[in-house]
Ligand binder design. Structure first.
Ligand SMILES: Cc1cc2nc3c(=O)[nH]c(=O)nc-3n(C[C@H](O)[C@H](O)[C@H](O)COP(=O)(O)OP(=O)(O)OC[C@H]3O[C@@H](n4cnc5c(N)ncnc54)[C@H](O)[C@@H]3O)c2cc1C
Length: 500
């Protein structure tokens, strides 16, 4: 019998499994799909030879996440590549502010806001890895915040109380610099005027300035393959095409899982679920095993907005008007803070965005293995309503054209380079991975009310559930979205402590 079953092979599931296996447990991972990795994988979605990341593509936690560092993925072959600029924020008026790991380069790009940027960069350098250690530690955490220090904590808390628009307006003078942090906060469902939105935008800016928005050689799937190698080296196994339907509970303890085929697979010590919190507490457990207030909290669980994602196979690099995006890992389309506010209002009102904010990834600029020689890949997503009127099937092609028009406006000649494109509406993303409910890439909203002690619901922020031996290990729990593996790592360590 296995000591632990891990349901789901996303990065959190695989990190949890590898952590348990390294501690000497016999571990089996059960994955519903015919491939591992969840939102961290790569496929030739457009044309042969063009490798596109199906979900996550840039990895600011690569070199700072204690979970990933503990598994030493470099030793099992994972290699990283960085860009000259990490994040470029161009507008059609020709202005652009860009974050680079080289502080002088970034300060030049920020123009008269160069000193303000330098101050942020220096702050991140002083904090170093202690920033990620604090953000990714299980709650309540004592030592990492103590090590980070009171001044740094206060600085982050002040950002945590600010809207991203307010924070940016106080810190920077130019519109080009002001759109950077609100643009980063919109990676999740945090609009420029949302309470606490500055925290995430600022953290992403600091991580970009520190380790950068790195990409793995060979595609995001290389991370998944490295995690699998770690797991298998320690005797763990992965079973694909195995969808877990329910958790078998006896005497208030999770003892096995039951698959769609009706097989019961037992676990001696623990079951870790890399699944959405509502799926676990509503669907996979019998209602008698879930206290009423937790069921109620799951009723109120809010997912983030949907994600509309595209891949392109290109005949050459994107001909950005501005020089800096031509050398940037990630480019953000959002002309001004007001433009981002307008976009947020539309997405929140359930409307298809008329002028979509975009996160655009240029992986092949950093890693030439992604495309045939001389050619390039492009990846982009916008945030959208999950369920627009009429459904996505009706809107997807037209909205894809709108996204291309937007890129064309920043890079005239872009459309002529397109040799193939692939479109993933929120419904397509959810069909690929049931954790991406309504196309939410975060496993739940990133609004303040869904973070920290309230993720997924108080008092279950420490991965334990009302059922002994059952742990929530997905991005639905603290610290939430992103490829840091911390949800899985912290859940696995909790299971190891409980088993002593
Ligand atoms: C389009 C997109 C872009 C993103 N960009 C970035 C980025 O650039 N950088 C970044 O850091 N993050 C990014 N993210 C977010 C990041 O990918 C997620 O936060 C992360 O993958 C969450 O990991 P996870 O292990 O919790 O879940 P997932 O990666 O969602 O994996 C869950 C796995 O569990 C399986 N599963 C679920 N239920 C069951 C069941 N009942 N039985 C068996 N298997 C099951 C699923 O099939 C899936 O394989 C992006 C996400 C998306 C979708």
């Amino acid at each position: 019998m296995d000591d632990a079953i891990v349901i789901g092979s996303g990065p959190n599931g695989l990190v949890a499994a590898a952590t348990l296996a390294r501690a000497g447990w016999r571990v089996r991972v059960l994955e519903a799909q015919d491939r591992p990795g969840g939102a961290v994988y790569s496929l030739e979605t457009t044309l042969p030879g063009f490798i596109h990341d199906v979900g996550a593509a840039f990895f600011p936690f690569a070199h700072v996440s204690p979970a990933l560092l503990s598994l030493d993925l470099g030793e099992v072959g994972l290699q990283w590549r960085g860009g000259i600029y990490e994040s470029a924020h161009p507008a059609p008026d020709g202005t652009c502010a860009s974050i680079a790991r080289d502080v002088e380069r970034a300060a030049r790009s920020f123009g008269i806001d160069g000193d303000a940027w330098r101050a942020l960069h220096d702050w991140q350098a002083r904090m170093g890895p202690r920033l990620a250690e604090t953000l990714l530690a299980p709650l309540p955490s004592v030592r990492p915040p103590l090590r980070l220090g009171l001044t740094n904590l206060l600085g982050l808390a002040m950002a945590g109380l600010s809207t991203s628009a307010g924070y940016a307006r106080r810190r920077f003078q130019t519109e080009a610099a002001r759109r950077v942090i609100p643009g980063l906060a919109l990676h999740v469902d945090l609009g420029p005027e949302d309470f606490s939105g500055a925290a995430l935008g600022l953290v992403l800016a600091l991580l970009a300035a520190g380790g950068g928005f790195q990409v793995p050689v060979g595609g995001a799937r290389s991370i998944t393959h490295a995690l699998l190698r770690r797991l298998e080296n320690d005797g763990g196994t992965l079973q694909l095409n195995t969808h877990v339907r329910e958790i078998v509970v006896r005497q208030r303890r999770a003892v096995a899982v039951r698959t769609d085929q009706g097989d019961e697979i037992p676990a001696r010590s623990a079951i870790l679920a890399d699944v959405g919190a509502p799926a676990l507490f509503w669907r996979m457990l019998a209602q008698d095993d879930v206290p009423g207030y937790l069921r109620e909290a799951m009723h109120q669980f809010r997912y983030g907005w949907g994600t509309f994602k595209m891949d392109w196979a290109l005949g050459g690099p994107v001909p950005w008007m501005h020089e800096e995006p031509r050398q940037a890992a990630v480019v953000h389309a959002g002309d001004s803070v007001d433009d981002l506010i307008r976009f947020t209002k539309e997405a929140r009102a359930g409307e298809i965005p008329s002028h979509p904010y975009l996160v655009i990834g240029q992986q092949s600029l950093l890693d030439p293995t992604r495309a045939p020689e001389g050619k390039h890949t492009l990846w982009a997503y916008s945030r959208v309503p999950s369920y627009p009127e009429g459904g996505w099937q009706q809107h997807r092609e037209r909205f894809a054209d709108v996204i291309e028009e937007r890129i064309e406006g920043l890079a005239p000649g872009f459309r002529k380079l397109i040799q193939g494109r692939a479109i993933f509406s929120p419904a397509d993303l959810e069909a690929m991975n049931e954790n991406l409910v309504g196309g939410d890439l975060g496993g739940g909203s990133a609004q303040f009310s869904h973070q920290l002690f309230w993720r997924p619901a108080f008092p279950y922020f420490r991965h334990r559930t009302p059922v002994k031996g059952l742990y929530l290990a997905s991005a639905s729990c603290h610290p939430g979205a992103g490829v840091h593996g911390a949800c899985g790592f912290n859940a696995a360590n909790q299971a190891l402590r409980d088993a002593v």
